[in-house]
Design a protein around this ligand. Structure first.
Ligand code: ATP
Ligand code: MN
Length: 463
C-alpha cells in the first residue's frame, strides 16, 4: 500500500484505508490497547495509531519503542482523544528499524548543550524538526521575494584569491603538503606551485563578485555558504554560515533601506503565514513572546538612525546610570549590548543604523560629503543585534582608489573589481543578511548553533 505523509493524513476525511511510515515519539498502553504517537517529519504533529493488543504479537509490540521506525496500515477513523481529527486504527504494523534504550533522544527535556553533542540525532526531536522546517520555508521565502522583484540568483565562488574584503579571518584552501612547505629567502611560503598558482581561501562574502553581477544584470542576489575563521565563540557567530547578498544598480541609500525593511518584513510575514504549527510549538516551548515579537516587527516602521545620533543616545543613557561593558565614544564600533539597548530599550523596534565612521567600515563603502562617515545601513534587531550589514558602494574610481591607498591595502588582486568603476561605473548598493541570524529571530532560539543542522564553530566540526 502506498504511504501517505502524516501532514496529508491529518487533513484527510476519515473512512479510507491508509499507510503511514515514521518514527515512534511515544507509546502508551493498557492491557487491551496500545496508543502510538507516530511522526514522519512532514509536520510537528503526530498521528495517533491505535492497536488492539489481541491483534498484535507481543514480541512485535516490544519493538515498538521510542525512536523505532514503523510502517503502519489501517483505517483512518475519527479520533476522540488524540487532539487531532483523525487517527489510525491499525491492521498491520511492521517495524522497519528497531531502536534500543540507548537512543540518545530517548528522554524529554534534554538541554540544548546535550543535543549539540548528538547533533546527528537531534533532528528527530520536535524542536529541531520545527526549526528545520522553518529554515526551509525561509529559504523559499527569500528566493520567492527576489524572483518576484526581478532579482537574478547569481552564484559567486566559494574559493577566492582576494583577501582584501577584511570581513574576518579566512580559511586557507591548499593542496600543498603541509609537512614539507617550500619557502623563499624571506621565509614566506611559495604558492606559485599550489593548486591555483596563488594563495587561496574560502570566501567571507560574495559581495565583490556580486557587484560585477549587479553592474551587468541590474539586480542580483547570492544565497550560499560563507566562511569566517573568527574565534569569537558567541551565540551569534558560526565559522560556516549562509549569507544572502543582494546587490542593486541605481540604488541610493533610501532605496537600500526601503529594500532591507521590505525584504525582512516579507520573510517574517511568510513565516507567520506558512509555519503556523511550528511557530505555535516554539511559542509554547521555547519563547512565549515569539509570535507577538514577529507580529510586532510587521506593524512598526524601522527607525532610521544615523550613527552619530545613536552615540548621543548611548552617551545620554550612560549619564543616566546605564552601564555597558564596552566603550561607545564616537568612532567606536558598537558592541551587541549597545545595539540591543537602542533596539530593545530605547526605541523598542528595529533600527537601521546609517552613516558610520569611516574607520570602522569596509573600504568599498561610499564616503559622505563630510569626509568622515560612510553610507552604511546596518539593520539591528531585538534579541540579535546586527542582522543585516549593508551599504551604498563607492562608485568613483578615484575615491575608491584613494581609500584603498589610504588603508595601505594590497590591491594587486582587486584589479577586476576596480574595472567596474573604470568602465561604465554606476551608483549601486547592496547588503548581506546572515541566514542563521534571521532563523534565530524567526524561531526564538537563543543559540546560532541550534538553527543550522550541523554547526561549525571553533573546535567543532563533527558530523
Ligand atoms: P558582526 O559584527 O555581528 O560580527 P559583521 O559586521 O562581521 O557581523 P558583515 O560582514 O556585515 O558582518 O556580514 C553581513 C551579515 O552576515 C551580518 O549582518 C550577520 O547577519 C551575518 N554574519 C556575519 N558574521 C557571521 C558569523 N560569523 N556567523 C553568522 N552570521 C554572520
Ligand atoms: Mn556588519
Amino acid at each position: 500500500m502506498k504511504r501517505t505523509k502524516i501532514t496529508e493524513l491529518l487533513a484527510t476525511q476519515p473512512g479510507g484505508e491508509v499507510c503511514a511510515k515514521g518514527w515512534v515519539r511515544t507509546r502508551r498502553g493498557s492491557k487491551s490497547v496500545y496508543f502510538i504517537a507516530l511522526n514522519d517529519g512532514s509536520t510537528i504533529k503526530n498521528i495517533q495509531v491505535v492497536a488492539d493488543a489481541e491483534k498484535f504479537d507481543e514480541e512485535l509490540m516490544k519493538q515498538v519503542t521510542t525512536g523505532a521506525c514503523l510502517s503502519v496500515e489501517g483505517t483512518l477513523v475519527e479520533s476522540v482523544g488524540s487532539g487531532q481529527a483523525v487517527e489510525i486504527q491499525a491492521t498491520k504494523i511492521e517495524v522497519l528499524g528497531v531502536c534500543g534504550a540507548d537512543y540518545p533522544m530517548q528522554k524529554k527535556g534534554q538541554t540544548f548543550e546535550y543535543m549539540r553533542q548528538h547533533a546527528h540525532m537531534r533532528l528527530r526531536t520536535n524542536t529541531f524538526g520545527a526549526v528545520m522546517r522553518i529554515r526551509h520555508n525561509m529559504a523559499i521565502a527569500i528566493h520567492t521575494y527576489f524572483h518576484e522583484h526581478g532579482f537574478f540568483y547569481f552564484h559567486t565562488p566559494l574559493i577566492t584569491a582576494s583577501d582584501c574584503e577584511g570581513a574576518g579571518n579566512m580559511f586557507q584552501v591548499t593542496t600543498k603538503n603541509l609537512y614539507d612547505l617550500k619557502k623563499d629567502e624571506e621565509g614566506k611560503i611559495i604558492y606559485s606551485d599550489d593548486f591555483f598558482g596563488e594563495q587561496t581561501s574560502l570566501t567571507v562574502s560574495g559581495q565583490l563578485e556580486g557587484e560585477l553581477g549587479a553592474t551587468a544584470l541590474g539586480a542580483i542576489y547570492t544565497f550560499g555558504p560563507t566562511f569566517r575563521a573568527e574565534n569569537s565563540n558567541t551565540p551569534r557567530h558560526l565559522a560556516e554560515f549562509w549569507m544572502i547578498e543582494p546587490e542593486m544598480a541605481f540604488y541610493d541609500k533610501e532605496d537600500l533601506m526601503d529594500l532591507e525593511e521590505d525584504f525582512i518584513k516579507y520573510c517574517v510575514r511568510w513565516a507567520l503565514d506558512h509555519c503556523q504549527d511550528d511557530l505555535e510549538f516554539l511559542n509554547k516551548m521555547i519563547d512565549k513572546t515569539l509570535i507577538e515579537r514577529l507580529e510586532g516587527v510587521l506593524k512598526e516602521e524601522f527607525v532610521r538612525l544615523p550613527y552619530t545620533e545613536g552615540i548621543n543616545i548611548l552617551q545620554e543613557a550612560i549619564k543616566n546610570g546605564k552601564k555597558f561593558e564596552f566603550p561607545c565614544e564616537w568612532g567606536d564600533d558598537l558592541a551587541s549590548e549597545h545595539e540591543r539597548y537602542l533596539v530593545e530599550e530605547h526605541f523598542k523596534r528595529p533600527v537601521i543604523m546609517t552613516d558610520y565612521p569611516k574607520e570602522i567600515k569596509a573600504f568599498y563603502m561610499k564616503t559622505n560629503p563630510d569626509g568622515k562617515t560612510m553610507q552604511g545601513t546596518d539593520v539591528l534587531f531585538p534579541a540579535i543585534g546586527e542582522i543585516i550589514g549593508g551599504s551604498v558602494r563607492e562608485e568613483s574610481l578615484e575615491k575608491l582608489q584613494a581609500e584603498i591607498d589610504r588603508r595601505k591595502m594590497d590591491d594587486s588582486k582587486l584589479w577586476w573589481y576596480l574595472d567596474t568603476r573604470r568602465w561604465g561605473s554606476c551608483p549601486h548598493a547592496g547588503f548581506g543578511l546572515g541566514f542563521e541570524r534571521l532563523i534565530l529571530f524567526v524561531t526564538g532560539m537563543a543559540n546560532i548553533r541550534d538553527v543550522i543542522p550541523f554547526p561549525r564553530t571553533p573546535g567543532s566540526a563533527q558530523f
